[in-house]
Structure formats: structure tokens, C-alpha cells
Write a protein that binds this ligand. Structure first.
Ligand code: FES
Length: 240
């Protein structure tokens, strides 16, 4: 396979012609943040968190989904690229529960890490405040918990279930604001062809799919009025 030479952040790099900008940057130790990209899965190119700037055209390119071409000059840290990356994360946060401290993924969440890394504060996200998704938590399965309110539509779970496990228990459905990853016919986790391998939870970058804990099972078994009493008496937990 022939090689392609390009410049990234003023460093010259030579990579195979079928490489992406993300892979070329990695080759010279430049880390570009990603959310929907996963090295073991097909490309999705949806989150636009990996945008970089083409210095000649000024265009923003999704680095995970853009192949390298000879002579390209790419800036991964230009003001334009950083602003776009930041805005894309802010938009994700605007429709995401603000309960990091009570989330199973607290401290292991890629969205949370990016939020800190980009220095995003609550007031930055407030400018995009609007309608929020409201879905039921699904704790019916024997091993996995799905919280679609936390889904960022990266599609990693859909792809790993289909491409690696060959099960296809999860799919995208609906359009626009109503887009969501769910099960066939929106059936509860307990009634689908899921084999409970847990691969989806492993690649989920946020707390949308996690392992079902003993506490979750106890909670699921409570009557609604018992849950209500517990929620009313629990100390409130808010992300800072
Ligand atoms: Fe490139 Fe999501 S990581 S578009």
C-alpha cells in the first residue's frame, strides 16, 4: 500500500493511504478526543467531537471519518476546531441528566472526562437549555441496565452487538430529537434476544448501559409508593 505525507500541527507524518486523520495524528502522539469512534468497530462519524481544521480550506473535518490525502495541512488545536468541539459537547450535555455524582459511571465516563478537559461549566450548557428526553429506566434484564436518558447516540452499543456479537439486539429508531437506541419493538430488556454478554456496557462511553447491580435489583422490586418515600427522604445529589 502506498504512503501519504501530510502535516498535522506543523509536524510531518507519513502514513498508509487508507489511514484516517485520527490515525495519522495518533502516529505522531497527537491525541484527538473522540466519543462515537471505537477502534474495533465500523465508523459512525456522528458526534463531531473529533473535528480538526483543514488549514487551506478552513473546513472542519471529522478526523475519525476523513481519509488522509497527500499534502494536507491539519490543525487539531486551532481556535475554530476547539470551539466547534466544545460546542458539540455542550449540546450533548444540554440533553443529558445532571446527576454525575449519582451515576454508575461517575469517574469512568468519557463525556464527563471531556467536559472537564474542555473546561465546560454549567452556565456554558445553560445557553442550550430546552426540552430534555424522558425515558423509562430498564432494569428488567438479568444483567444489564439501560438508561436511554443518558444515551448520546454514539452507536457503539449497536455496532458491537451487530458486528462483534452478531446478535443485533439494539438499533437506532425515530428521527431528530426523538432519535434513540432501543430494543426491537421497544421491548423490555428481559424480553429480547440479548445474550447478556455485556459488550455494549463495556463500550458505552457514558452511563446509558451499565451492569445491573444488587441495589438496582432491590430498587426494581420496590412498589412505586416505596420508591417515592425513598426519593423524598434521600439527600439531593447534584453535579457541580
Ligand atoms: Fe469522530 Fe465521533 S469521534 S465523529
Amino acid at each position: 500500500m502506498s504512503k501519504v505525507k501530510l502535516t498535522i500541527d506543523s509536524q510531518t507524518v507519513e502514513v498508509e493511504e487508507d489511514s484516517s486523520l485520527l490515525e495519522a495524528a495518533k502516529e505522531i502522539g497527537i491525541d484527538i478526543p473522540v466519543l462515537c469512534y471505537h477502534p474495533d468497530l465500523s465508523l459512525h462519524g456522528a458526534c463531531r467531537v473529533c473535528v480538526v481544521e483543514d488549514e487551506e480550506s478552513g473546513r472542519l473535518l471529522a478526523s475519525c471519518a476523513t481519509p488522509v490525502t497527500e499534502g494536507m495541512k491539519i490543525n487539531t488545536r486551532s481556535m475554530k476546531a476547539r470551539k466547534a468541539r466544545r460546542k458539540n459537547v455542550e449540546l450533548l450535555l444540554a440533553n443529558h441528566p445532571n446527576d454525575c455524582l449519582g451515576c454508575d459511571r461517575n469517574g469512568h465516563c468519557e463525556l464527563q472526562d471531556l467536559t472537564y478537559e474542555l473546561g465546560i461549566r454549567s452556565e456554558d450548557v445553560a445557553r442550550f437549555a430546552g426540552e430534555k428526553s424522558e425515558y423509562e429506566l430498564d432494569t428488567t434484564g438479568p444483567a444489564l441496565k439501560r438508561d436511554p436518558n443518558k444515551c448520546i447516540l454514539c452507536g457503539r452499543c449497536v455496532r458491537i452487538c451487530e458486528e462483534v456479537q452478531g446478535v443485533s439486539a439494539l438499533q437506532f429508531t425515530q428521527r431528530g430529537f426523538d432519535s434513540i437506541v432501543t430494543t426491537a419493538f421497544d421491548l423490555p430488556q428481559a424480553e429480547i434476544n440479548c445474550v447478556n454478554c455485556g459488550q455494549c456496557a463495556t463500550v458505552c462511553p457514558v452511563g446509558a448501559i451499565t451492569e445491573l447491580s444488587e441495589i438496582d435489583k432491590v430498587w426494581a422490586a420496590l412498589e412505586d409508593d416505596e420508591k417515592h418515600v425513598l426519593v423524598q427522604t434521600a439527600p439531593s445529589v447534584q453535579a457541580t
